[in-house]
Unconditional design. Structure first.
Length: 420
């Protein structure tokens, strides 16, 4: 029996797979999308209950469909998932759900790839890996299981009730860490938050959301992170209608801020003495955005209300002026640690020559070093916006163009030969 044949196989039906399908259809390229769970599963089961989109509904979307919520509101995680399902439906995307791709290998001495799936083998000329930027939750081996602390990754956090009684340490202060720490504190928990280097743009300034500012200032289109800022997270939040993340305010609610988490030994965790530096760096990033925004307003003669109070910071909290060096977890009553330190790639199923020694995709704008294999949804794939809903749509368009170009070469026949 021969295998199922497809021209392009797209693996994953999150926003990346859906956008890819739209652009392949626009080019009339036959394709199939395989998804191991449901469409947009990550938005349903890998995000905490109260999560809303980081960007307003007018911004964090595909061009072809608006959200069913007010343009300036922040869609809930379920609304984002429903939106992506509706989008897939609208473009009639050929998605098969509940099918896991277990391996992709080059076919020997012929074009294309053998794809093993839970639904049988498929042969594909081209494969697009649209399995997301956030694949494998990272929990560093710092605190051993024998310590008896309940440890989870931010992607497994749902709500405060899920955690055992007691104080919580949240490690990592990007968008996930700060929002989870805030929610836990509001629920009455004692909370410790380890803060590393971060950017913290103002939620809004002079009446415009930061998504708008990053857009007009060309920052979503930056092709690479600024030198030395490769590991800097962005701390933004759409929670409670959207507000600027301000670590002084978080401390004022009773959260104890800490520097970067260091080693753990005999029940005691130590912290780098870098909290002040990390907060000052975040402040500098925040203020530089206000400066650039002001310059933009002046240069373009815009009539946007001035906002001098945005430059006023509260006093430094005690945990910044007198930083904590170490904590005995038992003495502090800490029963849980939430690791909000990000994700690693997991391309174990993609057994092709498209990875460097560290397992990272080798590619240019998603076109991999293995001809016929493409990546989509990578952070900074072509620009800063690449891993976000609106950004991936443009990268998918580029990849569909690249696949169409390859197909036209493959379709070429020399005129003389074609005659015989
Ligand atoms: C907490 C959090 C909040 C975020 N908030 C926003 C936001 O507000 N706005 C925004 O624009 N972006 C946001 N992002 C970034 C980004 O939009 C999301 O991560 C988004 O889910 C990425 O979409 P994707 O399609 O690239 O990957 P995913 O959504 O991860 O989709 C990949 C799909 O591939 C499937 N899959 C994986 N392996 C296989 C396999 N071997 N076989 C078959 N199927 C497979 C998975 O089941 C999954 O459904 C957020 C990210 C996180 C982590």
């Amino acid at each position: 029996m021969s295998n199922q044949q497809v021209e392009v196989l797209v693996v994953g039906a999150g926003q990346a797979g859906i956008a890819m399908s739209e652009h392949l259809s626009a080019q009339r390229i036959p394709h199939l999308v395989l998804e191991r769970d449901r469409i947009a599963e990550r938005w349903r089961s890998w995000r905490w209950d109260s999560l809303v989109a980081n960007g307003p509904a007018w911004h964090d979307r595909f061009p072809g469909l608006e959200f069913d919520v007010a343009p300036d509101a922040f869609a809930s995680k379920e609304q984002v998932a429903d939106y992506l399902v509706a989008y897939a439906d609208k473009i009639d995307a050929p998605i098969r759900t509940g099918v896991t791709v277990s391996s992709v290998r080059k076919l020997p001495r012929q074009a294309g790839f053998r794809v093993e799936t839970s639904d049988g083998p498929v042969d594909a000329r081209f494969v697009v890996a649209a399995t997301g930027a956030f694949q494998k939750p990272v929990i560093p081996r710092v605190v051993p299981e024998s310590a008896g602390i309940h440890q989870i990754h931010s992607s497994a956090y749902q709500n405060p009730q899920q955690l055992p009684e007691g104080a919580v340490m949240v490690i990592g202060a990007g968008s996930s860490g700060v929002q989870i720490a805030d929610e836990l504190r509001q629920s009455g928990r004692q909370v410790y938050l380890a803060v590393g280097p971060h950017d913290r743009p103002p939620r809004s300034y002079r009446g415009r959301d930061f998504c708008w500012w990053l857009g007009v200032l060309g920052k979503w289109d930056m092709s690479a992170p600024p030198r030395g800022a490769e590991h800097v997270t962005i701390a933004v939040s759409g929670a409670h209608g959207g507000h600027t993340v301000d670590f002084r305010n978080l401390a004022a609610t009773g959260i104890t801020l800490l520097g970067m988490a260091g080693p753990y030994e005999n029940g005691v965790m130590t912290f780098a003495q870098d909290l002040r530096q990390n907060i000052e760096r975040g402040d500098a990033n925040y203020l530089s955005m206000l400066d650039e925004a002001d310059a933009y307003v002046t240069r373009n003669g815009l009539d946007l209300p001035e906002e001098p109070q945005a430059r006023v910071f509260g006093p430094d909290p005690d945990c910044v002026t007198d930083p904590v060096e170490s904590i005995d977890l038992a003495d502090a009553g800490i029963t849980s640690i939430i690791w909000a330190v990000g994700f690693a790639f997991d391309y174990g199923w993609l057994q092709v020559d498209a990875f460097d020694d560290n397992g990272r995709p080798r590619h240019q704008r998603g076109v991999s070093t293995e001809p016929g294999i493409y990546f989509l949804g990578l952070p900074w794939q072509s620009r800063r916006g690449s891993s976000f809903i609106w950004g991936v749509w443009h990268d998918a368009k580029y990849l569909a163009d690249q696949i169409a170009i390859q197909r036209s070469y493959l379709a070429y026949e020399a005129p003389a030969l074609a005659h015989h």
